[in-house]
Ligand binder design. Sequence first.
Ligand SMILES: [Zn+2]
Length: 153
Amino acid sequence: MSKISSERKATYYVGLGMIVLGFILFISVFFSMASFMSNPFGEGGFGFSKGPSFINAIIGIILMIVGSIVMNIGARGAAGAGIILDPDKAREDLKPYSEATGGMINDVISNIDVVDKITTPRSEKEVIKIKCRNCGSLNDEDAKYCKSCGKEI
Ligand SMILES: [Zn+2]
């Protein structure tokens, strides 16, 4: 992150501002709803119709989403965010991103491996053995008599 242009910094802060604005808008809807709930017939309470506050919440969410996209462009550059398809610049901008993605893919693969171990039924080699209570030798799970001492299991 040595050569971040001032435009990219500006873009980043514009995106940040949009997220903050969207967040405030979104949160304010909950505050107005809360005051409506606690005091439905009081001053300002009944005046709030559900329509505008709902729209405010939507606008807030959209602002946050757009803001995060704008922030991404500012942080990674237009190429890194997938806006500009300039292979050289994209490679340069995407480097940390693709490394992160590679890490995520590795995580997913190792997770699949773990899930596989959990969900795959026991292989033939791992048949449960039962220890004989008399002599302690291991017998097959379905064995009725100990193969070693002949006692009933
Ligand atoms: Zn035995």
